[in-house]
Design a protein around this ligand. Structure first.
Ligand SMILES: [Fe+2]
Ligand SMILES: [Fe+2]
Length: 312
């Protein structure tokens, strides 16, 4: 074997000690809730009924809805490799059982969000296993950059991730309100219920670990958050603002159409406002820990806003 290939081979470290003694009661409580509130997208949604209801929609609307829910499905799926890396890290760092359990739940839950989303896309007009536009083909694989993750400690990185869960939770709430069909509405509701636990996990991490971070780590955390938001999530996922002009027009129109017919989508104009207020909330949440989040001009405008500057 060539030396370069050997370097790439992952070595399993000594798994001992395998920590079973509980460390974090609040995290364990989330794990118990996850067990009690488990759901099954295949069984808990009436897909036949949804299919019948949606069959009456114009072809163009079904197409737009299928594209929208395919995008949702790709994004939910994107959380699973991220989760797998964190699980691996939790094992390698000998973290307590409840942390590994939470991460395993996270993977499972994101996978069922993915399933509910591709099933909706399917009844609308066909799930698309990969983006039709070159732009999305290029940008979606960049959403999770493990190199960026590895620069942060396990808990700091997971806390950053949950800041995004908070943002996407706000968008999903608006999409839940938009959903006129019971099957789509119920899917959004069940997904939101899982996301609420993911957000809760982030709050626990902030409370427990943020005090102990150095100023450099806090600055890096804020920078990573801004980088991911601007570089990938505003590129057609959370919003279409950073898309290239032609894609922005095409993707924005499909989204607007899906929203107009109540398919559990958000209108592009509405998205920026939701992101702006969620961002203001996030700044408020991290302010007590002195985590400086750089300005996001696409969302917050170019001019300095004195309120958050004063807080930072
Ligand atoms: Fe999710
Ligand atoms: Fe999530």
């Amino acid at each position: 074997m060539e030396a370069s290939m050997l370097e790439e081979t992952i070595q399993n470290p000594n798994p001992y000690p395998i920590v079973a003694e509980p460390h974090y009661e609040d995290v364990w409580h989330l794990c118990q809730q996850a067990r009690d509130l488990a759901w099954d997208p295949a069984r808990d949604i009436d897909w036949e009924k949804l299919k019948e209801e949606l069959a009456e929609l114009p072809a163009e609307v079904r197409e737009a809805g299928a594209e929208w829910w395919s995008l949702r499905a790709w994004m939910e799926h994107g959380a699973t490799p991220y989760g797998a890396e964190r699980f691996r890290q939790a094992v390698f760092e000998h973290l307590p059982f409840e942390i590994k359990q939470h991460v395993a739940n996270f993977i499972m839950e994101e996978l069922r969000h993915h399933e509910a989303s591709f099933r909706i896309a399917d009844v609308l007009g066909g799930y698309q296993p990969q983006p039709r536009s070159d732009y999305f083909k290029l940008v979606i694989p960049k959403f999770h950059d493990e190199k960026d993750e590895r620069q942060m400690s396990f808990y700091a990185g997971m806390a950053v991730n949950t800041l995004f869960e908070q943002l996407s939770g706000e968008l999903l709430t608006a999409r839940y309100r938009n959903a006129r069909y019971e099957g789509i509405r119920e899917s959004c509701k069940l997904i939101l219920r899982d996301e609420a636990r993911h957000i809760q996990f982030g709050r626990i991490l902030m409370r427990r670990f943020f005090e102990s971070l150095s100023m450099e780590e806090k600055e890096m955390l804020g920078t990573k958050f801004a980088k991911k938001l601007r570089g990938s999530l505003l590129n057609g996922v959370y919003s279409v603002v950073n898309l290239s002009a032609d894609e922005r027009k095409r993707s924005g129109r499909a989204r607007a159409l899906a929203a107009e017919y109540g398919l559990g989508a958000t209108h592009p104009d509405e998205e920026v406002d939701i992101i702006a207020s969620a961002l203001a909330q996030i700044r408020e949440d991290v302010a007590p820990f002195d985590v400086p989040i750089p300005r996001i001009p696409e969302v917050e405008g170019e001019v300095d806003a004195p309120e958050w500057r004063a807080m930072a």
